[in-house]
Ligand binder design. Sequence first.
Ligand SMILES: C[S@@+](CC[C@H](N)C(=O)[O-])C[C@H]1O[C@@H](n2cnc3c(N)ncnc32)[C@H](O)[C@@H]1O
Length: 240
Amino acid sequence: MLKKFPKTEQYDENWIHENWMGPNPLWLLEELCQHLELKPGMKVLDMGCGKGITSVYLAKEFGVTVFANDLWISPTENLKRFEEAGISDRVFPIHAEAHALPYAEGFFDAVISIDSYQYYGADELYFPCTLSKLVKPGGQIGIVVPGLTREFDQGYPQTLKKHWVGEMFSFHSKDWWRHLWEKTGIAEITACYEMENPKELWFPWAIWAQEHLRFDDVDFLNSDRNNDLSIIVMSAVKHE
Ligand SMILES: C[S@@+](CC[C@H](N)C(=O)[O-])C[C@H]1O[C@@H](n2cnc3c(N)ncnc32)[C@H](O)[C@@H]1O
């Protein structure tokens, strides 16, 4: 049975559907936030915020100030959404590529990233040389990424061969992600696990994306006959 996400339930489903770019970002964020301690006034970077609904959620639920950073979505469009949501005084839309971020080192109390970090963060250098530097000592870092239950010799399960393209080669297991950060000695991992029933979490988006965007995510999920796909949650605290 699908887990309940009581905070997300308070948000308009149509608004989520108009603006989601993958499996319900608010479900994934609500799960991640169980492992973070966010307090009013904190500065939070939302990396790869897409259309910014996670940024709205962070500002509304925790009273934090959010830098809503994205590459594909125009910051002007996001500003309009933040104004409509009544939080544009504390959510700032920023257009920046993950390797050219315009922030000072140690600026953020926390960085979160929902269904985005796999596009750039699977590079061994990204965590030690970029992401972790933006966070203060004692600051928090949390990601949720699509992934795999285990590593495969070819990088993907045979059942998904016809679907496996490009950025999917950065789908990895939870242990792979843990090792990527842990070996740097920069932060202590506070959570690293697979969400329960990942495909049930994924299907509502897949069905919507098939209908509205002609994506083949439904076939992709149905092809995963051995349940090798996963959704991975990982959080860490940067050492003092
Ligand atoms: C699948 S979408 C998810 C968006 C949003 N978090 C959500 O769940 O609806 C991935 C997002 O990552 C961002 N992204 C991908 N590569 C990036 C990069 N190199 N630098 C900054 N953002 C990037 C894209 O702009 C995109 O909005």
